[in-house]
Design a protein around this ligand. Structure first.
Ligand SMILES: [Zn+2]
Length: 471
């Protein structure tokens, strides 16, 4: 461990006097582990990240004591739905919720907005909107692969898109049609050549059509039976095969079926470029305990059995699942059909952006996993997926000074009044979670502190040929 004695004093004095901010904590998540240290920010970047004992002198110092300082979270799976369905969510509300949850970058999914991000024109519409909206935190954009848009993939990559989402079965909105294997065969050579990643909603329709449809529609286990693991398993087998054939980087979004963990691991060992994420709801809830008619819990693929959840945790522990992201997918309350409680009719999507960190930590801690595991799952791996490595997701010199300051021992109860996304619904309501976010820094400026959002919104769109820092 370095000490201040090892730092040449003239250089050190220069750093401190010209720095905008110096913070210190006994628990900073450096890449080598959580330890005491000092961070100096200048011009929005981390100028120095110094593990070590004694505090510096000669500059304004904020001593955070025992509070954990971690890289700001990068949530690479968020549905903001703006423009076009802003009544579902929007950049203003989504980025406030993110800031309150310690998230400093979100990557927006290409569907649910109108137009969807499936063409250069659609991408430009969203980028123009972001330049007017000034989000609270940074936003990057995924594109989409849909039938017939192969000629748009290159132009979107030219404009800064680093990856594309596709569905293999109906997405729930007409503007974003599912890709057939033939569509993927047209798209994947383009993505391979340009080094873009294909993100896949991995469920196939066949096993769902063959599944039982009987049972009480107010019960989650009826819904679960209608959406069997085999739908995911078959889709993932197909994607392993195509990733291998085309050498195309593939990422499985929201993995729910633990059946496929060993297949994915074996494929990777054989050199297939494939990765996977899961979400806090698959790591927290179990189908058998979902209250009757409580459609806040509906998502696709579904929350499964307790035994499946524990297998997902084992896979995370072993590094077989790469990251945890929210898949925040809100909708207006009317679309959740709360009066009837009908899982068949309700919109599938869970709202949880603000609770990504505490929900993941609460369940990790319950299983004896240490804090040291969180930065890779929540910050570094999703930054890498989104092509933001080198700038986001680590506490190291040269990275953006994006940080979350939080208390992992403190607990809070999730109440609607404390929710910042547009519709204050979430299956976490009423639960006690561990991990209170105290402050969030974006490029060295506080964007959230003690329940408030200081300063003018200063988030940027990171997707753009005109963003030289990120291109
Ligand atoms: Zn999603």
């Amino acid at each position: 461990m370095a000490s201040l004695d090892s730092i040449p004093s003239p250089a050190y004095a220069l750093l401190v006097t010209s720095a905008a901010t110096v913070i210190r904590s006994r628990r900073i998540a450096f890449p080598e582990g959580i330890r005491e240290g000092t961070l100096i920010f200048r011009d929005g970047r981390i100028a120095e990240a110094m593990p070590g004992g004694a505090p510096p002198t000669g500059g304004a110092l904020e001593d955070l004591g025992d509070r954990v300082v971690m890289p700001g979270l990068v949530d690479s799976h968020v549905h903001v739905n703006e423009p076009g369905r802003t009544e579902w969510e929007g950049f203003e509300t989504a980025t406030r919720a993110a800031a309150a949850g310690g998230i400093t970058t979100i990557v927006d999914m290409p569907l649910n907005s109108i137009p969807p991000t499936t063409s250069r024109a659609g991408l430009r519409t969203k980028k123009d909107l972001l330049s007017q909206k000034a989000p609270r935190i940074d936003v990057a954009l995924w594109g989409g692969v849909v039938p017939g848009n192969a000629d748009q993939l290159g132009p979107m990559i030219d404009e800064g898109v680093r990856g594309f989402k596709c569905f293999l079965l109906p997405s729930g909105v007409d503007e974003f049609q599912p890709a057939s294997e033939a569509d993927l065969r047209r798209a994947m050579p383009i993505l391979t050549e340009r080094g873009a990643v294909l993100l896949v909603h991995a469920e196939l329709q066949g096993p769902i059509d063959a599944a039982p449809r009987d049972g009480d529609p107010r019960r989650h286990d009826t819904f679960l039976r209608s959406r069997p693991r085999e739908a995911e398993n078959e889709a993932i087998r197909m994607m392993i095969r195509l990733a291998r054939e085309f050498g195309c980087r593939v990422h499985i979004v929201h993995l729910s079926s633990a059946d496929m963990v060993e297949h994915l691991t074996l494929a990777r060992l054989q050199g297939t470029p494939i990765s996977a994420e899961t979400c806090p709801h698959y790591l927290t809830f179990e189908s058998g305990l979902v209250p009757e008619g409580c459609t806040f819990y509906k998502c696709c693929p579904p929350i499964r059995e307790a035994e499946n959840r524990e297998l997902l945790w084992a896979a995370l522990r072993e590094g077989q699942i790469d990251m945890v992201v929210s898949d925040h997918s809100p909708a207006p309350p009317s679309m959740k059909h709360l009066e009837s409680g009908d899982f068949r009719a309700a919109w599938g999507g869970i709202s949880s952006l603000q609770f990504l960190l505490p929900a993941t930590w609460t369940e990790a801690r319950r299983r004896g996993l240490p804090l040291e595991r969180l930065p890779e799952w929540l910050c570094t791996a999703p930054a890498r997926l989104a092509g933001l490595e080198g700038r986001k997701g680590r506490i190291a010199a040269g990275y953006d000074a994006d940080l979350v300051v939080w208390d992992p021992e403190a607990e809070f109860r999730v109440e609607p009044a404390g929710i910042h996304h547009r519709h204050r619904m979430t299956p976490y309501e009423g639960r006690t979670l561990a991990g209170v976010v105290k402050a969030t820094y974006l490029r060295g400026e506080k964007v959230f502190e003690s329940g408030a959002f200081p300063g003018a919104p200063g988030g940027r769109c990171l997707t753009g040929a005109s963003s030289p820092d990120y291109s």
